[in-house]
Design a protein around this ligand. Structure first.
Ligand SMILES: O=C(O)[C@H](CS(=O)(=O)O)OP(=O)(O)O
Length: 234
């Protein structure tokens, strides 16, 4: 099993995803919302690129979710906090979601990967167990932030690689960097993100501080969201 890491969707054209499982992550906060929401009881999530596309789904009765500039889109039902996605009133519902970085990464990965799996710190061990069972080559696709790599997504890549490296082979420097960074965090991923990640600083300014600690928690949601057709479900 070969392991590679794409640190930002801007670099995705450098990766051949055909025949591989793409594990897409956006720890702050899109994939954490998906994992937490589906774990809580949301039926499915359709990721789209634009607000306009989401509003078409709204007319069909979908709950709409997401942000622009970190702030809930005015016409949407909910924003991009995992706590909103876990609310009981959305259990059993289909959601359409668009965010600045996360849904872009999913849209890019699905163009050529064999399968797209949604990863977050919240479900990293569940994703690792699945990858080990499949035994296929994987590419970890980090959403980053507006084309730049991000610390929290790189830490997720490292956390996943740490759990599968005994059965796999790293084939790029980005994967080695991610693994080294995760191991250096030494069990303090939450602290490392909160003290150093630029996205953490942005979210603190948006009064989303409680999202930070939650999204940095490893393995609180044992679900495996997979993209099937246009929808992500477990
Ligand atoms: O809401 C978020 O965490 C971000 C918004 S921004 O990039 O900080 O403006 O969106 P996401 O696509 O989940 O990274």
């Amino acid at each position: 099993m070969k392991i590679e890491t794409c640190l930002t969707p801007e670099l995705i054209s450098l990766h051949k995803l055909e025949g591989k499982i793409a594990v897409v992550t956006d720890v702050l906060r899109a994939t954490s919302c998906m994992v937490a929401g589906l774990h809580a009881g949301i039926k499915s999530v359709i990721p789209v690129m634009t607000v306009q596309e989401a509003l078409v789904y709204a007319e069909k009765g979908f709950v709409t979710a997401g942000e622009r500039g970190g702030v809930k889109v005015e016409e949407f039902t909910i924003g991009n906090s995992p706590f909103e996605h876990m609310r009981e009133e959305y259990h059993g519902k289909d959601i359409c979601m668009t965010t600045t970085n996360g849904t872009v990464a999913i849209t890019e990965a699905r163009k050529s990967a064999d399968q797209v799996v949604i990863g977050a710190m919240l479900n990293v061990s569940t994703v690792a167990d699945y990858i080990l069972k499949q035994g296929k080559d994987i590419a970890i696709i980090c959403a980053g932030w507006k084309g730049n790599p991000s610390l929290e997504d790189t830490l997720f890549a490292g956390a996943l690689i740490d759990r599968i490296i005994d059965k796999g082979e790293i084939i790029d420097d980005a994967s080695f960097m991610a693994l080294t960074q995760y191991r250096a965090a030494n069990g303090n991923v939450d602290k490392v993100i909160q003290e150093n990640a630029s996205h953490a600083k942005r979210l603190s300014g948006l009064k989303a501080k409680s999202d930070l600690a939650y999204c940095a928690t490893e393995d609180s949601c044992n679900v495996l969201p997979i993209l099937k057709g246009d929808a992500i479900s477990i």
